[in-house]
Ligand binder design. Structure first.
Ligand code: SF4
Length: 357
C-alpha cells in the first residue's frame, strides 16, 4: 500500500478528520479494497455491526411539467407541451392509500417546477394527506422546488418552510444536488439552483427542523476535485445544522441523448461508498441504492461502509425495475448478504415503518 495512503487511513481510523486534500489523495491513489476495509471498520463503530437497515416508501411525482430543463432529465415535459400531467389531491391520496396497503406508510412527494401551480397547491396537497393519513411520514420537494415557491410567494424561505411544515411536511430531501460546483451546474442544469442557493435551501430547511438526506450524482464531466468539493460542501452543511441523516451515492443513468455520460465502474462506485464513510464523520448513515447499484454491487457496498439499503420504493418512474420490490425481498437481500435486517423509518427510528406511529 502507498505509504501516504496508509498514514491517512491510520489517522482517520484514529479519529482525525480527513481534510479535503487528503480525501482527494485517497480518491486518486488508494486501492478501493483498502478504503473499503477502513470504511467497514468505521461503519462498525458508528452503526450496529451485523445489522443493515431498510425502509419502505412511495414516491409520488405530482407533476412532470418542469421549466428547469436539466440536460440529463427524461422525466420532465415542457410547460405548454400538453403531454404532461399534474396530480390533484385525490390522485395523490389514492396513491398513498395503495402504499399503505403495500406496507409502505411513508410518502416522498416530488415533482418538476411547474410555474402554473400556486402555493396553495402544495399546502393543500400536504394537508389532504396529513388529514386522511396522519400515520404517514411526508418527505417532500427539493431545493429547486422550494426556491421556486420563495419566488412565487415573495416570502422568505423560512416562511415558506414554516407554511409547508404547518400543512404537514415532516422532512426534506437533499435532492437535485448532482455535483455542487457552479461549473458542473452550468453544464448539467444552468437554470437550476446554484451551489450557494442549493445550500441555502438545505440550511434553511434543517434550521426549520426538517431533517433529510444528501447525495451525490456523478459519472459525467466532473473532475476529481469537484467530487471532493461536493463532499466538502455537504460536510460543512452538516457541521452547521446537524440535520443530515444520511448520504447516498448515485450515478448518472442514461436518460437523454447527447448527455455526456461516463459509465462509473463498480470499483469506483465502491470507492465512493467507502470514501463517504471515512469523510463524513458527522453523517450517521451511508445508504446504498440497490436501484442504481444493482443487487451484486449493492451487496458488496454493505462491506464498504454502507449500513442501509433504503428500498423498497413503490413507483419510482425511472429506475424501479432494478430495485427491491417488497419489504420481504429487502429482508431476504440483507440476510443473504450476511446481515440482520432491521426496518427503520425515514427518521431512522429502528423497528418502525413510519415516524408517525
Ligand atoms: S428540475 Fe427535476 S424534473 Fe426538472 S428538469 Fe431538472 S431533474 Fe427534471
Amino acid at each position: 500500500m502507498d505509504s501516504q495512503v496508509r498514514t491517512l487511513l491510520d489517522k482517520t481510523l484514529g479519529g482525525t478528520r480527513l481534510s479535503a486534500e487528503s480525501a482527494l489523495y485517497l480518491w486518486r491513489h488508494a486501492d478501493f479494497k483498502d478504503l473499503g476495509n477502513a470504511a467497514h471498520e468505521v461503519r462498525n463503530r458508528v452503526n450496529p455491526p451485523g445489522e443493515v437497515t431498510y425502509t419502505a416508501f412511495r414516491v409520488v411525482n405530482y407533476t412532470n411539467y418542469c421549466n428547469v430543463e436539466c440536460s440529463f432529465c427524461s422525466f420532465m415535459d415542457e410547460v405548454g407541451s400538453g403531454k404532461g400531467y399534474t396530480l390533484d389531491a385525490a390522485a395523490v391520496l389514492a396513491k398513498v392509500e395503495e402504499a399503505i396497503r403495500l406496507d409502505a406508510p411513508q410518502l416522498f412527494l416530488q415533482g418538476g417546477v411547474n410555474p402554473h401551480l400556486p402555493m396553495r397547491y402544495y399546502t393543500d396537497t400536504l394537508a389532504a394527506v396529513r388529514e386522511k393519513f396522519p400515520q404517514v411520514h411526508i418527505r417532500a420537494f427539493s431545493p429547486v422546488e422550494v426556491l421556486f415557491m420563495e419566488t412565487l410567494t415573495q416570502k422568505s424561505l423560512k416562511e415558506v418552510f414554516a407554511e409547508l411544515k404547518t400543512a404537514g411536511m415532516h422532512s426534506f430531501p437533499g435532492a437535485g444536488a448532482e455535483i455542487l460546483t457552479d461549473r458542473m451546474r452550468d453544464i448539467l442544469s444552468p437554470k437550476k439552483a446554484s451551489t450557494a442557493e442549493w445550500l441555502r435551501a438545505m440550511r434553511t430547511a434543517e434550521e426549520s427542523g426538517l431533517k433529510g438526506s444528501t447525495n451525490i450524482v456523478w459519472g459525467s464531466e466532473e473532475s476529481d476535485e469537484e467530487i471532493i468539493a461536493h463532499l466538502a460542501h455537504l460536510r460543512a452543511l452538516q457541521d452547521q445544522t446537524g440535520g443530515v441523516l444520511s448520504f447516498v451515492p448515485w450515478t448518472f443513468q442514461a436518460q437523454t441523448k447527447g448527455f455526456k455520460l461516463r459509465k462509473v465502474p463498480p470499483h469506483e462506485y465502491l470507492k465512493m461508498v467507502a470514501l463517504a464513510r471515512l469523510f463524513f464523520d458527522n453523517i450517521p448513515h451511508i445508504e446504498v441504492s440497490i436501484m442504481v447499484a444493482g443487487k451484486q454491487l449493492g451487496e458488496l457496498a454493505l462491506y464498504f461502509g454502507a449500513d442501509d439499503i433504503n428500498s423498497p420504493v413503490i413507483e419510482e418512474n425511472v429506475l424501479r425495475s432494478f430495485g427491491l420490490k417488497s419489504t420481504e425481498e429487502s429482508r431476504q437481500f440483507i440476510a443473504e448478504a450476511g446481515f440482520t435486517p432491521v426496518r427503520r423509518s425515514f427518521s431512522y427510528l429502528r423497528g418502525q415503518a413510519s415516524d408517525m406511529g
